[in-house]
Ligand binder design. Structure first.
Ligand SMILES: Cc1ncc(COP(=O)(O)O)c(C=O)c1O
Length: 389
């Protein structure tokens, strides 16, 4: 069957490419021709994994720990995560409810299969991480996109949840901190969302992948407020392990059995070496490295937000987590894709067009990532200034 025929026939026709990947490929191509490109498009830390993690991964290889693990993951790692919830959030999460997955991506995919049936609607923010929308499409279900603007901290309001909810809606999927906006759901707002979902018998899923990379004092996990919620998280971002492909989900007790069956079928187990390596993420030495890096991200955020504002980009004053600024480019352009193309081709700065993340005002936004060192950020800012001022 040809690709066109596969795409024509079903839900796959709605699955969009992830444009940032095209930007990255083009940036690499330009680099291969000798151009210096400033990478402000990448959604991953520029730091390589912390040394204790690398050492633990090497030891696991030397010890021949290369077999499948249990589908739910290594018991020790699930236990470490349970302790992580107790120590960082003051909440008891039984290790049995934690499943180790191949990245948050594997977790989101598993939860889509667990929670979403064909014909369902799932409430999502617009803008949001694009793959989520596509996972819903893959289930022959309908993403119900809620437009969220800067004035509401890029998170849906209760009034909007009521407005966009239909009799098809089966759940509400949120992210805090959010990609691409870096904004969070404060405790009171998160609680409201929990109450809303419970009172309407909708499932609630919260993507907490950017937890740890937050710059506010209080960033609650939904599990502190509602143990019936589903959580997606990952070793990719705060723990700096993108390429190891390791994440986790937390599910309510009554869903553990079915989630385990799905894990067995979908991927057998997450990578064993990555899981042994991740055990070292819970040592004090690794924690110190993560915290230093968080501080580096905070300084970059402060620098970049100030520089962009003084250039005339308009952006939130509440970039509370993750490593992105979702900037309004109206002063310079009404088409983010042309803007990003020009910035890359003519000025050597790689940015991600807002159209990757949804439809709502997306053409007048770009996502600018501070996942590169301060010298490169300064060069990127200088190039943007030369291009725009
Ligand atoms: C909000 C969000 N969720 C999930 C993912 C997937 O991450 P991974 O599969 O690397 O854990 C990403 C990656 O950028 C993300 O931004």
């Amino acid at each position: 069957m040809s690709n066109e025929r596969i795409a024509d026939q079903g839900p796959l026709s709605k699955v969009n490419p992830f444009r940032v990947m095209t930007v990255m490929a083009r940036a690499q191509h330009l680099e291969s021709q000798g151009r210096r490109i400033v990478h402000m498009e990448a959604g991953e830390p520029d730091f390589s994994s912390a040394q204790p993690i690398i050492d633990a991964g090497k030891r696991a290889l030397d010890d021949g720990l290369t077999q499948y693990t249990a589908a739910t993951g290594l018991a020790q790692l699930r236990e470490c995560l349970s302790v992580h919830y107790r120590e960082n959030y003051n909440v008891e999460v039984d290790a049995n409810r934690i499943l180790i997955t191949p990245g948050a991506s594997g977790g989101l995919n598993l939860l889509a299969n667990l929670l979403v049936r064909a014909g369902d609607g799932v409430l999502l923010s617009d803008p949001a991480y694009p793959c989520v929308r596509n996972f819903i499409h893959m289930m022959s279900a309908q993403p119900q996109l809620i437009p969220v603007g800067i004035e509401q901290n890029f998170q849906p309001t209760l009034e909007q949840l009521d407005e966009y909810c239909t009799d098809k809606t089966s759940g509400l999927w949120l992210a805090s901190p959010s990609n691409p906006t870096g904004t969070i759901l404060e405790r009171s707002k998160l609680k409201e969302a929990c109450n809303w979902a419970a009172s309407r018998q909708k499932h609630l899923l919260v993507d907490e992948i950017y937890h740890g990379l937050h710059y506010v004092d209080d960033l609650p996990s939904v599990l502190e407020l509602d143990q019936s919620a589903f959580v997606v998280n990952s070793f990719s971002k705060y723990f700096g392990m993108t390429g190891w492909r390791l994440g986790w989900i937390v599910v309510p007790q009554e869903h553990v059995e079915m989630a385990t069956i799905l894990a067995q079928n979908m991927y057998i187990s997450a990578s064993s070496i990555s899981q042994y390596a991740a055990l070292a993420a819970f040592t004090p030495e690794a924690k110190r490295i993560f915290e230093e890096r968080r501080e580096a991200f905070r300084l970059r955020r402060d620098f970049l937000a100030g520089a962009l504002k003084s250039m005339g980009f308009s952006l939130s004053d509440n970039i509370q987590g993750a490593f992105y600024i979702y900037a309004d480019i109206s002063k310079f352009s009404d088409d983010c894709e042309i803007f990003c193309r020009d910035m890359l081709e003519d000025h050597g700065v790689a940015l991600t067009p807002g159209t990757d993340f949804g439809d709502f005002q997306s053409k007048r936004h770009v996502r600018i990532a501070f996942t590169t060192d301060m010298d490169s950020l300064e060069l990127g800012v200088q190039r943007l200034q030369n291009a725009l001022l």
